[in-house]
Design a binder for this molecule. Structure first.
Ligand code: ADP
Ligand code: F6P
Length: 320
């Protein structure tokens, strides 16, 4: 019976997923496996949408954002009967394991499929960096660099017009992108779901730094806080400073992955195949204390990632 490994991408896509797919494919082939690309996440598994991946199929994708095997959401996979259906399909396809690249939701699906008897290994692929068991998720660095590039452009025009730019960034319910990019761009204030905030303190802050001679103001708002347009209107009304809201949206999900994302994705993909080669499943690959490691999926899903309050304090004290 030939040895086959499946690989799928699921949930929100992120730059670097292709690098992970490439590493899984190349390392598996090197170890004597055949590789099946499962299109559109768990949907593709249930609908038997497969593509053979060989060394050449994954050429010329390491530098490309997005995922060459598509991604999709599949609520049906939350029903056990569909998990069992997927297990039977994996057996028909002679898949001895599946690498699932995505976020928490994807890992829940991987845990179910592992429980049904098909070893799965999760790789953290999301720009949000909100996977509790890993200090880093594939796509985070690229997304942050995109945000900083966009905010630097907004800073130019805000300076010319002596305006305030209120910028909303992605992150779903987490403020990691907002905090890191807010610090990197010298934002006057950063609003994140993890910390209390109110419009009056933002307005006071703007008035304070304006009295110190500041001519342009950047306010970074995590999408989990929201209300970006209203915040801009309230600032303008209270301070007389022309204020403009910008919601960066899905530009944060595209772009050629940075070196960090390409390297992290390649090493995590290689590590995932090593686990499957040993017959190990129901694990998530993560990054902790400078090393790539693996942890039981259920344990991973129960972990809590502390918010970087020291970074938040630094941002508050040096950005004015
Ligand atoms: P992410 O993986 O980025 O968190 P989602 O939350 O959309 O994205 O989950 C991606 C996919 O994982 C879902 O479309 C579904 O197919 C599967 N999934 C999510 N939650 C579960 C669950 N509790 N049990 C089984 N499968 C799940
Ligand atoms: O999880 C990644 C992410 O980009 C979040 O930051 C954002 O809230 C969400 O996906 C958007 O989802 P969709 O692409 O389905 O609109």
């Amino acid at each position: 019976m030939e040895k086959k490994i499946g690989v799928l991408t699921s949930g929100g896509d992120s730059p670097g997923m292709n690098a992970a797919i490439r590493a899984v494919t190349r390392s598996a082939i090197f170890k004597g496996f055949k590789v099946v690309g499962i299109l559109r996440g768990y949907n593709g598994l249930l609908n038997k949408e497969f593509v053979d991946l060989d060394v050449r199929t994954v050429s010329d994708i390491i530098q490309r954002g997005g995922t060459a095997i598509y991604t999709a959401r599949c609520p049906e996979f939350k029903e056990w009967e569909n998990v069992e259906k997927a297990k039977k399909i994996c057996e028909e396809q002679q898949m001895c394991g599946v690498v699932t690249i995505g976020g928490d939701g994807t890992f829940r699906g991987a845990a179910d499929l592992s429980r049904a008897g098909i070893p799965c290994i999760g790789i953290p692929g999301t720009i949000d960096n909100d996977i509790q068991c890993s200090e880093y998720t594939i796509g985070y660095d690229t997304a942050m660099n995109t945000v900083v590039e966009m905010i630097d452009k907004l800073r130019d025009t805000s300076h010319s017009h002596e305006r305030c730019a209120v910028v909303e960034v992605m992150g779903r319910h987490a403020g990691h992108i907002a905090l890191a990019t807010g610090l990197a761009c010298g934002a006057t204030a950063v609003l994140v779901p993890e910390m209390p905030h109110d419009i009056d303190s933002i307005i006071s802050r703007i008035k304070e730094v304006r009295s110190m001679g500041k001519k342009q103001f950047i306010i970074v708002v995590a999408e989990g806080v929201g209300g970006t347009q209203e915040i801009a209107e309230q600032i303008e009304k209270a301070t007389g400073i022309e204020s403009r809201a910008t919601i960066l949206g899905h530009v944060q999900r595209g772009g050629s992955p940075t070196v960090r994302d390409r390297v992290m994705a390649s090493e995590m993909g290689y590590y995932a195949v090593e686990l499957l080669e040993k017959g190990i499943g129901n694990r998530v690959v993560g990054y902790k204390d400078g090393k790539i490691y693996d942890v039981d999926i259920q344990e991973a899903l129960s972990m809590k990632k502390p918010f970087n309050e020291r970074r938040y304090k630094i941002c508050d004290e040096i950005n004015f």
